[in-house]
Design a protein around this ligand. Structure first.
Ligand SMILES: [Ca+2]
Ligand SMILES: [Ca+2]
Ligand SMILES: [Ca+2]
Length: 257
C-alpha cells in the first residue's frame, strides 16, 4: 500500500514507479490499483535471489489536489529480500594445498547460513567414483561454524580403512544431500552437490601420478626432521622414515586404480 499525500487528484500508473533490484532478474511493476492518495502496487519479483525496493520513478501526469504538477515525490518502500535458492557448497581438501598424498579432512563451505535437517553426518555421503558408498569409513562432521558469515563444516574420517588420519588410495566423491540441508528461507539444494577428488599416497603435487616429481620432495624429507612434510607421513608418527618410504616405493610409477 502506497500512501502519497497531496496527490488526491492523480491517477498513478505502473510507469510512475521504479523497481530498484539487486540480484533479481526481471523484477517489475505489474499493476497499480487505486486513486487519489492510496494505491496498491504489485511487483513481479522476477527470478533469482536478491532484494528490491519500490521507488517513485517519474512524475509524469502527477498533480496535486490543486492540479499543480508535482515534480519531486519522495517515496521509497522498505527493501524486501527474496531468497528462492540454496547456494551449492564448495569443498576444499585438507587446508587447500594441492597435495593428495594424505587426505585427512574436507572443508565444506556453503554460500550462506544453513541448517541440517537431521544430524550433520546424515547430510554427506562418501562414495567411490561409481557412486558406491565407501565401506567402513565414518564421516565425522563438525558443528556448523557461522563465524565467517556463511556456514562451514569440516569433515574428518574414522574407521578401519583410515591410516594416519587419511582416506586410503582411491577416487572419491563427496555428495552433499539435497534432502538434508536448508537455508534460512527453507530452500533446499536443487540437487545433490557432488565434489570429486582422489587420494594417492605420495602425490604431493596432486596430479594423480606418483612419479619423479613427487620423489624429489619425498627424498628431501626422508630422515630429515628439519624438512618434515606431514603429507608424506603415511603412519602419522611424526617422522618420515623407511616405513613411509616403503609405502611411497610401492606406488611410484604405478597408476591410481
Ligand atoms: Ca538462499
Ligand atoms: Ca604427483
Ligand atoms: Ca612416518
Amino acid at each position: 500500500m502506497v500512501r502519497l499525500q497531496d496527490l488526491a487528484s492523480t491517477q498513478l500508473a505502473a510507469d510512475n514507479f521504479a523497481v530498484l533490484s539487486n540480484g533479481l532478474t526481471g523484477a517489475s511493476v505489474t499493476s497499480v490499483i487505486g486513486n487519489g492518495a492510496n494505491y496498491t502496487v504489485t511487483v513481479n519479483t522476477g527470478t533469482g535471489d536478491g532484494a528490491f525496493s519500490l521507488a517513485f520513478g517519474n512524475s509524469i501526469n502527477v498533480v496535486d489536489s490543486g492540479y499543480n504538477a508535482v515534480s519531486n515525490v519522495g517515496f521509497s518502500s522498505p527493501t524486501v529480500t527474496i531468497d528462492r535458492t540454496l547456494v551449492a557448497p564448495t569443498v576444499q581438501v585438507n587446508d587447500g594445498n594441492v597435495q593428495r598424498s594424505m587426505v585427512r579432512s574436507l572443508r565444506v563451505t556453503f554460500g550462506e547460513i544453513i541448517t541440517f535437517v537431521g544430524a550433520g553426518s546424515a547430510a554427506f555421503q562418501l562414495t567411490n567414483n561409481s557412486d558406491v558408498v565407501v565401506p567402513g569409513v565414518t564421516l565425522n562432521v563438525s558443528a556448523i561454524d557461522n563465524s565467517s558469515g556463511v556456514s562451514v563444516v569440516t569433515i574428518t574420517f574414522s574407521g578401519a580403512p583410515i591410516i594416519g588420519g587419511s582416506l586410503a588410495d582411491g577416487r572419491y566423491r563427496l555428495r552433499t544431500l539435497a534432502s538434508q540441508v536448508r537455508d534460512a528461507a527453507g530452500n533446499a539444494l536443487a540437487s545433490d552437490a557432488v565434489f570429486n577428488f582422489h587420494r594417492f599416497f605420495g602425490d604431493i603435487n596432486g596430479d594423480v601420478h606418483v612419479d619423479i616429481a613427487d620423489f624429489g620432495l619425498f627424498s628431501s624429507s626422508i630422515f630429515n626432521p628439519a624438512n618434515y612434510i606431514a603429507a608424506f607421513d603415511f603412519n602419522n608418527d611424526g617422522v618420515i622414515d623407511i616405513a613411509d618410504f616403503g609405502q611411497f616405493a610401492v606406488r611410484i610409477f604405478t597408476p591410481l586404480p
